[in-house]
Design a protein around this ligand. Structure first.
Ligand SMILES: Nc1ncnc2c1ncn2[C@@H]1O[C@H](COP(=O)(O)OP(=O)(O)O)[C@@H](O)[C@H]1O
Ligand SMILES: [Mg+2]
Length: 204
């Protein structure tokens, strides 16, 4: 037992590189003697699996059939479940947790309109990360990476929507930083090695 582990969050647009860098960071921490656990949101729990199915159109409904407010509730429910079942127990054992997305995503994706205060309320019980790394990538660069990776377009992934999400992140990051949250913005358009080096520098 070595006290409470740190919660490190990686955020960014779809294609920003959060999954790539989450894996690298956990591998690095473990290799350097810091127990660490990689996780993601939507989580791999029952609510997270439901959300993933909904994002890829697995429900068979037309695009836009499910309201953003419904997603807001589901993401918040998944976050509570993820925290209670997976994140908090690891932190309590002194394990660092690196999460590919956290409540910043809810604020940036669902919290850009009239529902903002409500989305903030829904996430009020989620633990504040010790540090959040925001991988800043232009929406068109993120889109080109998704295409190059041969990804099927998910809900929220068209370019106009991603531009709105980018604006949502700008507002969210500024608001959370003003509340004292540690948010490190990194140029995500550099090479994976350069991005990783910048992350290590930012979280040390
Ligand atoms: N720094 C980078 N430069 C160029 N391509 C990258 C970089 N980081 C990740 N990629 C590639 O972009 C795609 C999306 O990366 P990924 O880590 O899955 O992003 P995210 O999880 O943020 O959607 C993948 O094909 C990945 O190999
Ligand atoms: Mg990813």
């Amino acid at each position: 037992m070595s006290g409470t582990g740190r919660l490190i969050v990686l955020e960014g647009l779809d294609g920003a590189g959060t999954t790539t860098q989450t894996k690298r960071l956990v591998a690095y921490l473990v290799a350097h003697g810091t127990p660490a656990h990689a996780t993601r949101e939507p989580s791999d729990g029952p609510i997270g699996r439901l959300i993933r199915e909904m994002l890829t159109g697995g429900h068979g409904l037309p695009q836009g059939a499910i309201a953003q407010s419904t997603f807001g509730l589901l993401f918040a429910a998944d976050r509570l479940d993820h925290a209670q079942r997976e994140v908090e127990p690891a932190l309590a054992e002194g394990i660092a947790v690196v999460s590919d997305r956290w409540y910043h995503s809810s604020l940036a994706y669902q919290g850009t309109g009239a529902d903002r205060d409500w989305i903030v309320q829904l996430n009020a019980r989620a633990r504040r990360p010790d540090v959040t790394v925001f991988l800043e990538v232009r929406p068109e660069v993120a889109a080109a990476r998704r295409v190059a990776a041969g990804r099927v377009q998910e809900l929220f992934e068209d370019l106009r929507m991603q531009e709105e999400v980018a604006e949502g992140y700008r507002a969210t990051n500024a608001e959370l930083a003003a509340l004292g949250e540690r948010i490190e913005t990194i140029d995500g358009e550099l090479s994976p090695d350069e991005v990783f080096a910048a992350i290590l520098g930012a979280i040390s």
